[in-house]
Design a protein around this ligand. Sequence first.
Ligand code: GAF
Length: 387
Amino acid sequence: MPASLSAAVHAGFVRTFAHPPTGLWSAPGRVNLIGEHTDYNDGFVFPFAINRSTLIGLSLRDDRLMRVASSFSAEVVEISLDEVRPENLHGWSAYPLGVAWALGQFGAELGEVRGFEIYIDSDVPIGAGLSSSAAIECAVAVALNDVWLLGFDRRALAKVGQLAENRAVGAPTGIMDQSASLLGQADAGVFLDCRSLESDVIPLGFDNAGLELLIIDTKVSHAHATGGYAARRASCEAGATALGADSLRDITMHDLPRAESLLDDETFRRVRHIVTENQRVLDTVRTLREHGPQSIGALLDASHVSMRDDFEISVAELDLAVETARAAGAIGARMTGGGFGGAAIALTPHALIPVVEAAVLAAFAAQGFTTPELFVVRAADGARRVE
Ligand code: GAF
């Protein structure tokens, strides 16, 4: 975490609340290497926590008031612990305050705990598909778990963050982002079974293979509380119901011919994306373990094609980023995150990073698209107290 972020949180906290915080907690954003929209289908994902994070300063109060402030807004939002409910939460403050509410929903005894002051800052780009929202939720979740002495483990905190996002923010998202932010480790990916919530931390080996993960933030912003994300989730649920399954996790590659004969074309393609994407996650993890990261490129490419053609969540900017990066030397590339904007990833030999960056910038300029932001991310440790 950059020292400047820590200094900014200290300064923001003191400016807002007129005294220093008693501690700082950080939680990273995440990038998903592969396994898109599989989490809410009880499937498999393989994200990693990144070296961009949200940092919060916190101190407890002597009363029941919660006061939150941030670098994203001039307002200080306050509400009593006795009033905190999803319907009373709005805007950016629903992320941190929703976590306080969600902890109570998971059995934390909030009747006696003290209120708090929190100041939030972040270097996770907002709207880029790198989970700036989960980073806020997880930083607040680990901080409150510490200061309220709640004793939740990380799997439970991931569910708390997800509930805050689903109910307080109103985005019907899965468990991937919070799990990556809480369970991530340096230089490793989090292979997560979203049904059992069992996870395995798997070394990525990018450094040894001379590879970097380049993020291409298209600057096309997306939101998961509205529109396409919820529609895709509904299609998956409809497909599972029509196939007599509890979730699409239970549909395998062998079931696809039957699915094609039973479902309308669009629902079938949504189902085929999830079924093949689950298989690609398993294949990626196996390939990484057996042959190293230089062998996973084709799986990343296939994932992008499936999201573009079957799940239909890509946009022209993402397709251009992926195609250009591949042509300029990336060994695999795909859009990442929920889609409809956000970022693409390109697994790229270290020496070719400037070449790929220049090619993408030129291609975007030639199309008249907004200039994308390009940067390399590394797999980093998950949420923790830092001061
Ligand atoms: C968003 C959601 F928050 C995740 O739960 C996941 O569904 C992802 O989109 C798509 O894989 O990040």
